[in-house]
Design a protein around this ligand. Structure first.
Ligand code: HEC
Length: 147
């Protein structure tokens, strides 16, 4: 699945390069928005492999709440309000709510997306904590359920 995703992102990026790079690049500068993750299970420095807040989980509801506002402040301008892509960047609801989806999610938020020196997506993990990023992932999964 990760492979398919990868190929489809390449296609998406080729398209972006032609039509939207100006817009995307203009948004490449990140103004990180502080995310309060108090109450969520603390995860430490080392990245975990799987979404630690996926339901059933006592932190699920809080993670969706925290993730919703963190997503809308930090990801929505590229990935679309309420995780519904407007076409600039991939629709994150497409990622499966399992280990494969987590692996790809984690890869992208930690590495960002850079092509030919152009930043299509910044390394979000440089700005947001692991807790905040998994909360965002949990929110995206809750949006996937409503697709
Ligand atoms: C400046 C715009 C921008 C911002 C901000 C941004 N992204 Fe992205 N993101 C992109 C683009 C463009 C791609 C496609 C990159 C590619 O395939 O080369 C992408 C790809 C991804 C992917 C891989 C999706 C797939 O189907 O392959 C994930 C996961 C992701 N972003 C998560 C996030 C999260 C979570 C945030 C907020 C914390 C975020 N992004 C913020 C532009 C952005």
């Amino acid at each position: 699945m990760a492979n398919n995703k990868f190929l489809s992102s390449i296609a998406a990026t080729a398209l972006l390069g032609v039509t939207l790079s100006g817009q995307v690049l203009a948004h490449g500068d990140v103004t990180p928005q502080a995310v309060d993750t108090q109450g969520l299970l603390p995860l430490g420095e080392e990245w975990v492999d799987e979404n630690p807040y996926r339901k059933p989980n006592k932190d699920y509801e809080l993670a969706v709440k925290v993730g919703s506002s963190a997503y809308n402040q930090n990801c929505a301008r590229c990935h679309g309000l309420e995780a519904i892509s407007g076409g600039i960047a991939p629709d994150l609801r497409e990622l499966s709510s399992d280990f494969d989806g987590d692996e790809w999610y984690q890869y992208r938020v930690r590495n960002g997306a850079v092509r030919d020196g152009a930043v299509y997506m910044p390394k979000m993990a440089d700005y947001l904590s692991q807790e905040a990023l998994w909360a965002i992932r949990t929110y995206i999964e809750s949006r996937r359920e409503e697709m």
